[in-house]
Design a protein around this ligand. Structure first.
Ligand code: 5GP
Length: 180
């Protein structure tokens, strides 16, 4: 695969992340909030997002690692927990931060699993959403950008582990000779 055009540039991302932070700050003002980053893709987004949440929200961070893709660009539908949370979320307000929602399989599994741990509430914040690819219903309360069905990298998202460090979101396309 090769890197193609910029789909969302740094400036647009920064503006939208600030807006999301404002919304989250207003919704959780005076409350404590456990922000759960889904490794590794959400790390860049999460680190910018939490710095846009006001100090009157009591933010703590936790992380979970799951695998649903391996090295290919097609979802397996199987979600494997590689790293679980460090802390209990029982009775807490929880915000799951994801890089991208595609079929919705990963997120619906994660939300169900969180709910079983009896938190006060669970909401989802996703930087990107490929709405047209959805296979299962999942509620996303905070969405950065709805995008078409492209495979994208950058700003935390990878292809085979690469390109997470790019500051913008790019489309990747097959190289000549790649399998279709
Ligand atoms: P879902 O379970 O919603 O189909 O897939 C969610 C996960 O698939 C995301 O967390 C991400 O790891 C991966 N994914 C889906 N679409 C893309 C994409 O366009 N680019 C990258 N890099 N990962 C994607």
């Amino acid at each position: 695969m090769i890197l193609s055009e910029v789909l969302i540039d740094e400036k647009e991302i920064r503006k939208r992340v600030e807006e999301l932070g404002k919304g989250i700050s207003a919704d959780y003002a005076g409350k404590d909030l456990v922000v759960i980053g889904i490794l590794k893709g959400a790390v860049v987004f999460l680190s910018d997002l939490v710095r846009c949440i006001d100090r009157d929200v009591g933010v703590t961070l936790d992380f979970m690692a799951v695998s649903s893709y391996g090295d290919s660009t097609n979802t397996s539908g199987i979600v494997r927990i590689i790293k679980d949370l460090d802390c209990s979320i029982r009775g807490k307000h929880v915000l799951i931060v994801e890089d991208i929602v595609d079929t919705g399989l990963t997120l619906s599994y994660l939300v169900k699993m969180m709910l079983e741990r009896e938190p006060e509430s669970v909401r989802v914040c996703a930087l990107l959403d490929k709405v047209e690819r959805r296979k299962v219903e999942v509620a996303v309360q905070y969405t950065g950008f709805v995008i078409p069905d492209y495979f994208v990298v950058g700003y935390g998202l990878d292809y085979s582990g690469r390109w997470r460090n790019l500051p913008s979101v790019h489309v990747v396309v097959p190289e000549r000779g790649d399998e279709a």
